[in-house]
Structures are given as C-alpha cells and as structure tokens.
Ligand binder design. Structure first.
Ligand code: SAM
Length: 323
C-alpha cells in the first residue's frame, strides 16, 4: 500500500501520456506548445509495466492526462491497458475534447469510465478568447453524446478567472439545471510561467461556495479515491458543482494522488522541484524493483505545497504534468 510519512494513502494515479497540447489557454500555454526538449514519451509497454506496479501497490483509479492526451493516436490502447490492469477499478481521462464526438466512441470501446472536459466559458466568443480555438459547439455536442450513452461519468472543469467567469456563474447554473454533469470550478494556480496573469486573474472559490450554500446547495460525501473537489448538489438541479481550492487551509491533508509525467518521472506533488525518473525500472517485465523504487521515493513527499509562498517548484505550466 502506498502510504506516506503523514499517513496519507494514495489510491489515485494521474498518468500523463504527452506534454503536447493543441490549445493555447491564456493561463497555461498562451503562446502554444513550445517543443523545447526531445519528445520521449513512455511506450505502451512501459505504460503497461507502470500501471501494473501501481495496481499492485493499491492504486484503484487512473486518470489519463497531458498535454492533450487525445493527440496520442494510441490513446485507446492506453485506456485499454489501464482498464485491464488488475486492481484498477476506474479509468478516467481529462481532455480539452477538441474532437470529442469523433473520439468518444473509441474511448468508450476501450473501456473509459469517466471523462473530464475543460470548458472555461459557455460563451463561444469567450471560449475562443481563452483557448485560442472555436470549438465550444463541438465539445458540447460530444458531451451530449456522452450523456446519451449513459454509462460514463461526465465532469466539466472550469478555471476561475476574474475577467471571464470569476464573478458570474449564472450561465453555468442555468446549464446545470437540466444537464446531469458535475461542473468543477478550479481556482487558478500560479505556475512558473503565469505569474502576472495569476496576479491579475486569481479569485477565490470560497465566495462561490458561500453563495451556493446560501442558495440551498448541499455537500456530497467524498469517496476515498475522489479528487480534491468539495462537491455540492441541489434538488432543483440535475448537475452538481464542485470547487477545487488549492489555496484553502488544509487542502493537502486529503491528498490521495501521485503523478507520473509522460517521460516516466514520478512527481510527488504538482508543485515539486522535479520529477524522479522511473524509466530504468520500466524496461524489465519484473515490476518488483519498480514497486520498491516507488515506495522508497514516496518517503520524500512533503506535507504541503508551497503555493502560498508563491513557490511553484519546477512547474512552468500544468501541461507539463497534466494538472
Ligand atoms: N488538455 C487537457 C485539458 O484541457 O483538460 C488536460 C491537461 S490540462 C493541464 C488539465 C487541467 O488543468 C485543465 O482542466 C486545465 O484547465 C487545468 N489547468 C491548467 N493550468 C491551470 C492553472 N494554472 N490553474 C488551474 N488549473 C489549470
């Protein structure tokens, strides 16, 4: 079992399979993806060994992320590998959904259990301004398809930004009346590359939380492999709302996830100084040495991130690691 020095257990692996992204989100990659080092992503065999080791160490949920994971042509194979791994009960993906209607059937065939799609605005012009792409209609069509399929959990991620959605969530609330998705507002996090943007745009989720409670929204009980969102439901709404507030007190106490980058580095925290390479141990079919390496590295996990002190570690932007 993966347990750290602070008694936290790690049921959840965020697996990045590429750091390439095709969107230019203003808070993440405003100038688009810059290829500043050779691409050396884990192969399917390496991913198979990695997930096997994590499955044997008690991991129950894997989220495939990126960059944009759908840019990898072998994504359905990756989903299938995760799905077939003993011990893994849930396979999820975080994507920008740029071709969701086309990709969804392949992901479903491969066994995906849950999809998270980023929609930072429900206004097409604002969506374009934030991401650099005019794709909102396509993405919403894909979401309708996923909901019609009925067997996949659908969540939406929206990063809170003062200028765009930080103060007016009415459009989202109207949408949630009849749309059975969980919409999670994520507080903008500072990274190495976005300091000015962060200072101008960061708003706290706590004010939205207070308003939701005043409006009769009630907390949902948290599952042990759940993410860090505080979720709320309301009898008049088909959708739920979650808030991810990394700057809130004790946020890291419930940390239950580890991350592996697309180049096979273990990241103990999203804002750690560096990743710790597992690559050598990913070459052989015996996963025991890999398991021992992961267990031993876990001893270095810190109690919290240092975002409050404006320390963002080695993380230039979240596309490097997948959020
Ligand atoms: N390309 C995929 C996507 O768009 O969802 C997966 C990678 S993206 C890095 C994962 C999530 O991180 C997205 O929901 C994105 O909005 C969020 N994200 C990126 N940078 C962020 C930041 N600085 N603060 C908060 N969330 C951020």
């Amino acid at each position: 079992m993966l347990t750290d020095n602070f008694g936290r257990r790690f049921y959840y692996l965020r697996l990045s399979i590429t750091d390439v992204c095709n969107f230019r989100c203003n808070y993440c990659l405003p100038d688009g993806y810059q290829c500043d080092q050779p691409r050396d992503f884990m192969s399917l065999s390496e991913i198979t060994r990695l997930t096997k080791a994590f499955g044997q160490l008690g991991t129950e949920k894997i989220r495939i992320t990126g960059g944009e994971p759908a840019l990898r042509k072998d994504l359905p194979d990756v989903i299938n590998i995760c799905k077939q791994t003993p011990g893994i009960k849930k396979v999820a993906i975080t994507s920008n959904g740029f071709k969701l209607p086309e990709h969804l059937p392949q992901w479903l065939d491969a066994g995906i259990d849950a999809i998270n799609i980023s929609i930072d605005s429900l206004d097409p012009r604002q969506f374009h301004a934030i991401t650099g792409h005019d794709k909102l209609d396509t993405i919403l069509k894909g979401i309708d398809m996923a909901l019609a399929h009925g067997k996949t959990e659908v969540k939406i991620n929206a990063v809170l930004m003062r200028e765009y959605n930080g103060y007016d969530i009415k459009t989202y609330l109207d949408w949630l009346k009849d749309t059975p998705v969980t919409l999670r507002f994520i507080e903008l996090m500072q990274t190495g590359d976005n300091q000015e943007f962060f200072d101008a745009q960061h708003v706290k989720g706590s004010r939205i939380k207070q308003n939701l409670i005043l409006d009769g929204w009630q907390p949902v009980l948290r599952d042990k492999s759940a993410g860090p969102a505080q979720e709320f439901y309301h009898p008049d709404y088909q959708g739920k709302i979650g808030l991810i507030m990394p700057y809130s007190k004790d946020f890291c106490n419930t940390c239950n996830r580890l991350r592996v980058s697309s180049s096979g580095k273990l990241h103990l925290c999203l804002f750690g100084e560096q990743g710790l390479s597992l690559r050598e141990q990913l070459q052989g079919d015996d996963v025991e040495p890999l398991k021992q390496q992961i267990l031993s590295l876990l001893g270095d996990k810190k109690a919290t991130h240092y975002l409050h002190d404006k320390l963002t570690g080695g993380t230039k932007h979240l596309a490097m690691l997948g959020g």
